[in-house]
Design a protein around this ligand. Sequence first.
Ligand code: BES
Ligand code: MN
Ligand code: ZN
Length: 495
Amino acid sequence: MQIQVVDAFSGDVAGAEATVLMVPCYEDDFPLESAVLERDDEVVLQALVDRGALTGKAGNCTYLPTPGRVYGGVLVLGVGKRAAVDAEGVRRATGKACDLLTANRAGTVVLDLARHAAFPAAAVVDALLLGQYEFKVYKKPAETPAVNVGALTVIAPKDGDLNALQRGLELAALASLGANGARHLANTPPNDLTPAKLAEFAEGIAKDSGCECTILEQKQMETLGMGSLLAVARGSVQPPRLIILRHHHSDDAKTIAIVGKGVTFDTGGISLKPGADMHEMKYDMCGAAAVLCAMMNIVELKPAVNVICVVPAVENMPDADAMRPGDIVKAYNGKTIEVHNTDAEGRLILADALAYTVDKYKPDAMVDLATLTGACVVALGHHAAGLFTGDDSIAEALIAAGETTGERVWRMPLWDDHDKLIEGNHADICNIGPREGGAISAAAFLKQFVGETPWAHLDIAGTAWGAKHLPYLSPKHASGYGVRLLTAWILKQAG
Ligand code: BES
Ligand code: MN
Ligand code: ZN
């Protein structure tokens, strides 16, 4: 999407028909504030106000075709009470507006902020990009292809800083396109997105940006003693990968690690899952997609901080050589693990990935993202990721990044008490705890592999797909959750 900030709009008559003038509107707060809207159109819109059809309530969107103007239509974007407008409200309202834009074949949006100082314009960019995302790779092409918004012109607020606004909008576009990249990876079916393909995607990022990429294969992982990850991989004919991308700023800068669960398909293994929703387990690599695509943004933005991105990638299948319930395996840090349920595989691959990241890169802060437990979905639904950490400052920073991006996190307890839940019978630890508090015992398990490193775990099982309350995300697709959150969090660390 082409983004342009201007201080006045004179109109591009040639493209007028496909140009939609978007005017924000507050609840019960009229007349509309626009520098461009023609008097006759104002009269029509006021008539809609008078009959209560146009209210300015959050998400109340009205489209008015306006033939013969420099704009082909007006879209009034209801964003709620003036004092309560925030980025997420604007994202959701714009998400609703996307349907009207698509229905009216809008190719260009002119967002009129001339009389809207301090309007969260970046949220409009987010929602236009996220809201118009489609995944049609495997579908017969439509006879009349849809028109998408390919250009956004923002009329800056009077006395506004045009350059700062432009930069903010471009940053939003980058982050949201990264999120769409993660959605694309996740939506790609598991027969086409194997661990090897995930590694190729990472190599592509490195090739385009010049950042460093290391892919560890099975033999190397055997030598390194990653018995926990390899135990999961054994059940599949698809060989595992450990993917590492590195953005190096300077030796003096602090190092942040982001680690993502990359199970390209999770059958449960020998502890086989029920069939009903098993197809959704192609999304079990959404943590990996999030960290890889956040990294794609990072290598583009080159913030003043070192970032390591690590993805353990496997397929969890019940082949003849698959690990069994009862098996005891040894992880990279020497801890032995009794496998009581082969479906608790995410923590097994993360165990080696986290321990290796800590040992090799000694990060100052580490965050992992994983579609780790159904229990987290039971606890928080699709509205927030579970945040588990003993580190208050990481918690605070992630919660803040969640508020600015709308990718919410909700802190859950993680106390030493919880270590008891995963004690092993015949090994150091067991890969499952009791049913109650299942998301917490999973986090307590991961904690065994991070040593003293300040670390947080985000269980994104509920947020990676399936949310129905966000108009800018179609519930048919993966959400790309985490890309915008991580990008915001890392940029903030870099100052
Ligand atoms: N990938 C699943 C978690 C999951 C389930 C995410 C449903 C989203 C929706 C994970 O590997 C898993 O199977 N976890 C088990 C753990 C249990 C065996 C302790 C679960 O949640 O049932
Ligand atoms: Mn599983
Ligand atoms: Zn899984």
